[in-house]
Design a protein. Sequence first.
Length: 563
Amino acid sequence: MANTLRLGDLLISAGLITQEQLEKAITLQKENKKRLGAELVDLGYITEKQLIDALQLQLGVEFVDLSNVVISPEMAKVLPKTLAKKYSVVPVRVARDTLFLAMSDPLNFIAMENVKKATKKKVIPMIAMESAVERSIAMLYGSEGAARAIEEMKRDIIGNDFGESSFSNIISDDEKTAPTIRLVNSIIERAVVERASDIHFEPNDGEMRVRMRIDGVLRNILSVPKDLQSAVISRMKVMGSMDISERKIPQDGRANIRIKQEVIDLRLSTLPTIYGEKFVIRLLDKNSQFLNKSKIGLEEDDLVKYMHLVKNNSGVILIVGPTGSGKSSTMYTMIKELNTEQVNLITLEDPVEYNMDGVNQVQINEKTGMTFANGLRSVLRQDPDIIAVGEIRDGETAEIAMRAAITGHLVISTVHTNDAVSTIDRLVDIGVPPYLIASALKGIISQRLVRRICPNCREEYTPSDEELVDIGMTLEPGQKIFRGKGCPVCFHTGYRGRTGVFEILILNRNLKNAITSGRTNEEIREIAEKGDFTTLAENCFRLVKKGFTTTEEARRIINSADV
């Protein structure tokens, strides 16, 4: 406790926290069994960088920027992966009988003692960002494991003279498939550590490229030799219960894995290309604890409008945007908000992405005839109060949903459209009568995801006139905005995580009359903007001014939304 108190006093004397905040953190620390520093960071009282600076001052421990350090693959042989993962430490280098050990918690003396016993070396701790340590462990042991697995796979193929058509035999032989399994597992594990949403396996002329989508941007990770491509693809097909002999048509599958006590749902898909099958794995965290209004980015006027919508007992609420815009997270947040003991809430999903206690979740299966339209008809015979339809894809489903709404049900669904106002045109295009839209539709939530500026390296600056004119944004004279200059926490991208940006259209009487009378998209937009409708562009500007995101991200959103 002495070290804990000294750290707290140090942070107070530096003006980073108050005595009240320290006492609250210590109380929670006793409940959560966390280190005080980690508790203060989780509470948002200090940043991880401020904690590291304080620990450096308190302990005299050197800081190491792991994103700028090249760790030799040989270090994976110095310290076992099990110990590295258990204590969140990574070996940086060895100098004679001394091991320099990067760790996020240099007060963990048990970790240092166990590393000392395992390596038979003197241990010198070096403090590093927790996220950087996790990433370095994934890269060091994942890359080493992947390289070793690839070499073993090559030996298996050369030694047994397997042709491409025989890879299914390698998959069915436990001893020979072990390297393939380890390779695929190491790639998936690294994707979880990197907080990737998707993994792309892309066959080219000479190799198969592996990329991961992190914070919405694809990044190269590694390359798999061309002669191992079929073995890796076959392994992933086995995981997803796909037909490994079928290579000419697209396939879909799913699997579950457990990493760090979290269940990750994998959605797998194949697509035949001229160089072989392209494979994509989407990662979905089955834990829905983060699904709340503040976590997805709803605040101020948007939060007021959102709360107005969820208080409806009937009608249709649509959540719209392109693929990857966060629609599902918003829909699940709304479901979680509405799920009480007093209501019968049924969902139709393809696939079921999050398991929600107390919600009747139905998996769509078009092969058996369980389509959204047929499922919706069946659900209406189950005495529902609230129905969530994963996606409206056709006029039949849309019309059933609208008619269900005007008979007293609350229906929530998603649609792929560009913005809130154009959703009305989309519904008319797929055959829903305008009078039915006006009668049933309560509101439309259009959204995108923007990357957040890394809080650890956020810096203030004065933008150029060209930068502002480019996105149509204005600032008060002398007003400054923010950007990330890059640091170890964000791996020098300047961004860390994403948040939603919204435009919420509440249908009032004027808008309903405009829809019924067949007004154009432009006319409906003019009527909306005369009220309290705030566009995506305006909300992007608000996030830029508040220092949440950058003009670069605002430009991307505005261009994609064509607003």
